[in-house]
Structure formats: C-alpha cells, structure tokens
Write a new protein. Structure first.
Length: 152
C-alpha cells in the first residue's frame, strides 16, 4: 500500500496487518521501495481507490510492462498519461464502479452481521449540528480522519 499520509499507512499496518507500506512523500524513494518489495519488478496489477488526481496520475508509473491499472475511485477531472509510454508498456487500463444493488445489499448484510468490521475505519463522529463548524478541520490531514460519520 502506498499513501502520502503516515497515519493512513499506520492504520493499514495496524488494522489490517499490511506489513509492506510505502510512503509516497518522496516519489522516487517510493518507486524504489515498490521495486525492492517485488524482486526488482513493478506489480502486474495496481488498484487505485483514492479518487485523488495526483495518485491516479502517479499510478501509471507503478505498473509492470503488460500490467493492469484499475481505477476504483474517481474525481471530477481528467486523467492524462503519456500515450507513447502507455503503448510501449502495453498497459491495460480498467475502471470499476459498476456495483449492483445486490452488491450493496451483500456488503451491508456483511457489515450488519459483523463479518466486516467498519469500526477501525471510523475515526471521527460528530453531530450534524457541529458539521459547519468542524468541516474544514476534517479535511486537514493532521486531524487523522480516515472516515468521519455525521450523526443526525
């Protein structure tokens, strides 16, 4: 897992036991770390679920020749890439946002039964009456927000 935010990397390590996390704070060092973790090769499949323009653009640089890049998150903008490099590396680009109502029902049932524990993800709770006063602070990476729940 790669991320800019050290708190998110720590969360992935602690909550899910992901031992190989990569800080994106230094892009060159991050690329070298990914190569080292994969025996000198880039991964054949890269999933970007961030919805971050910078992350999605940068994800092209982590895919092995002939590999697949899957965008799960989205943002309101354009994703651009260097076409000759994209073709030279024979990259496959996929998008995944086609969940069906049955998929949502299944995930909700798993959450309700406790098979998926969302507790570790929810780092902040606030009443709706506090939202306008605290919203800006929730956007600050230093606040440690992973997911915030507004309670009505």
């Amino acid at each position: 897992m790669r991320d800019l935010n050290p708190a998110r990397l720590a969360f992935a390590r602690d909550a899910f036991g992901i031992t190989d996390v990569v800080s994106e704070a230094d892009a060159d060092a991050a690329r070298e770390r990914v190569l080292a973790l994969n025996g000198g090769e880039f991964p054949t499949a890269v999933f970007d679920a961030t919805g971050s323009s910078a992350s999605m653009h940068g994800a092209f640089g982590y895919v092995a020749n002939g590999g697949r890049l899957v965008f799960v998150g989205l943002f309101a903008g354009d994703v651009t890439f260097h076409d000759p490099e994209f073709h030279r590396r024979e990259t496959t680009l996929l998008a995944s946002r086609n969940s069906t109502p049955d998929d949502f029902r299944r995930v909700l049932a798993l959450m309700e039964s406790g098979q998926i524990d969302t507790g570790p993800w929810i780092t902040h709770r606030l009443p709706a009456s506090d939202l306008s006063a605290t919203f800006e602070s929730l956007l600050d990476p230093q606040s440690g927000v992973l997911k915030a729940v507004v309670e009505f």
